[in-house]
Design a protein around this ligand. Structure first.
Ligand code: FES
Length: 241
C-alpha cells in the first residue's frame, strides 16, 4: 500500500496518505474544507466544528479525523453546508462582530466564511454579550468581542513563541481567552513580534499601529473567496474515474 489509501469525497475518489486527516487529504487534492481553529503551523485542536463533514452519514470534524481506507465523505452536500452555515451563524450571534467598522474587515476568516456561505444575516437572535477590551499592552490589543475561541493564539504562544501568555478561563458562554497575568496582556511576556496576532482568524488579537497598512478593498478576501487558493479549478482535481 506504500502508506497510500483511497477515500471518496462527494463521489470523487481521492488518494490520501495514511496518517493524514480528512482536511489534509482533501486539501492536497484541491478540495477546500472550511476551518477556523485549524492552522497549518499549529497542533490540531478540533473545537470550532466549522470543518464538519459527514463520514458514513455521521458528523465528523475533518481536521481531527484521520483518513481510513474506503472512507466515504460528504464535504459539499446540502446537509453538510447547512450544518456549517448554522455553526458560522452561531459564532456571529455569540460575539459582537460589527464587520462594517472592524479593522480586520477583508482579512477576517469568519467574515470571509460568511461570504462564502452566502450568509447576509444570522437566523438567530444576537446575544450582545458584555465583554471587556484588553488594551493595556503597548503593542497588542485583545478584543474579546471578536473572539471565536478557536484557541489559535493560545497554541501559538506555547508552540511557536515558546511562552504561555494566553490560556482559557471560564465555562460555557463565559468561556474566554485570558492573559496569563494579573494586568492582562500587559502583565505577560507577549510582544508585538509574537505570532499570536498573526494566527488570529478574526480581529480579536491585533498588533497596534498596523491595522490600516493595507486599506479596505485591497485585502486578501476582498479579492478572492476564502479557500480559493485550495479549490482546484473544475476538472483539475485529482480524479480517477
Ligand atoms: S477546523 Fe476542525 S474543528 Fe475547527
Amino acid at each position: 500500500m506504500n502508506g497510500r489509501l483511497t477515500i471518496t469525497v462527494d463521489g470523487r475518489r481521492i488518494e490520501a496518505r495514511a496518517g493524514q486527516t480528512i482536511l489534509e487529504a482533501c486539501q492536497d487534492a484541491g478540495v477546500y474544507v472550511p476551518r477556523l481553529c485549524a492552522h497549518p503551523k499549529l497542533s490540531v485542536y478540533g473545537s470550532c466544528r466549522v470543518c464538519t463533514c459527514l463520514v458514513g452519514g455521521r458528523a465528523t470534524a475533518a481536521c481531527v479525523q484521520p483518513v481510513q481506507p474506503g472512507m466515504v465523505i460528504e464535504n459539499d452536500s446540502d446537509r453538510v453546508l447547512e450544518i456549517r452555515r448554522t455553526i458560522i451563524e452561531m459564532l456571529f450571534v455569540e460575539g459582537n462582530h460589527f464587520c462594517m467598522v472592524c479593522e480586520k474587515s477583508g482579512d477576517c476568516e469568519l467574515q470571509a466564511l460568511a461570504y462564502r456561505f452566502g450568509i447576509t444575516h444570522p437566523r438567530f437572535p444576537y446575544m450582545f454579550p458584555e465583554r471587556p477590551i484588553d488594551a493595556g499592552h503597548p503593542e497588542l490589543l485583545l478584543d474579546h468581542d471578536r473572539c471565536v475561541l478557536c484557541g489559535r493564539c493560545v497554541r501559538a504562544s506555547a508552540e511557536l513563541d515558546g511562552k504561555s501568555a494566553l490560556g482559557f478561563a471560564g465555562r460555557g458562554l463565559r468561556r474566554r481567552i485570558e492573559a496569563d497575568g494579573p494586568r492582562g496582556l500587559a502583565g505577560t511576556d507577549a510582544t508585538g513580534d509574537d505570532t499570536i496576532a498573526e494566527v488570529c482568524p478574526v480581529g480579536a488579537l491585533l498588533r497596534k499601529g498596523t491595522a490600516y497598512r493595507t486599506p479596505y478593498g485591497r485585502r486578501r478576501y476582498d479579492h478572492e473567496p476564502i479557500g480559493g487558493d485550495i479549490d482546484a479549478p473544475c476538472g483539475e482535481a485529482q480524479e480517477d474515474r
